[in-house]
Design a protein around this ligand. Sequence first.
Ligand SMILES: CC(C)(COP(=O)(O)OP(=O)(O)OC[C@H]1O[C@@H](n2cnc3c(N)ncnc32)[C@H](O)[C@@H]1OP(=O)(O)O)[C@@H](O)C(=O)NCCC(=O)NCCS
Length: 178
Amino acid sequence: MITQIEGNSVSLRRVQKSDAQAIYANIRNPQIARNTLIPFPYTLDSAEQFLTAATRNWRIGTGYHFAILSNDTGKLTGVLGYQNIHDPHKRAEIGYWLGKRFWGRGYMTEAVELGVKFGFEQLKLNRIEAKVFTHNIGSCRVLEKCGFSLDGQLRQSIKRGTRYYDELVYSLLKKDRW
Ligand SMILES: CC(C)(COP(=O)(O)OP(=O)(O)OC[C@H]1O[C@@H](n2cnc3c(N)ncnc32)[C@H](O)[C@@H]1OP(=O)(O)O)[C@@H](O)C(=O)NCCC(=O)NCCS
């Protein structure tokens, strides 16, 4: 299984324990928490726990998480990964976030493209899914630019505080690409 994928502006590299500080520095933003299931506030300990789980998951094949590195600086800008892997059905869910200061540079469109390549070629997936809050226009746009189709809407699938939120389900099939 490859652990590094090179792109033009960004590259993906399997997450490692030493990424904790960089993840902590980039992820602790209410605008990221608003659009994901990532908790806020987020602590350095949360990052370390995530990396411990991610390392184990990669080893046993239940999750694959990559650092998104800027090719200009080599530094971590965000994370992209696969979870909810259903091997019998050859499907998995992709998720991602980018530090606020890196938004709007086309980084995530390229990172998702690289992640999709990993999913189809390395994980041998047939279907890649993504779930997006209805208010997350940027993430919908990223998925649409990468060729994902909207499958439908999960009504009130997430509860936060006293409010329920709908999620949009997007998918990309192997046959959509080849
Ligand atoms: C959503 C997110 C991943 C977008 O990453 P990004 O690198 O800024 O996106 P890109 O620069 O590749 O932009 C792709 C397209 O989306 C559009 N876009 C990005 N953010 C947008 C926003 N907030 N509102 C409207 N359009 C947006 C861009 O204009 C671009 O479209 P275009 O090429 O037609 O102009 C990033 O904002 C993020 O990490 N947000 C917080 C975490 C999150 O939402 N994760 C996804 C959970 S499903």
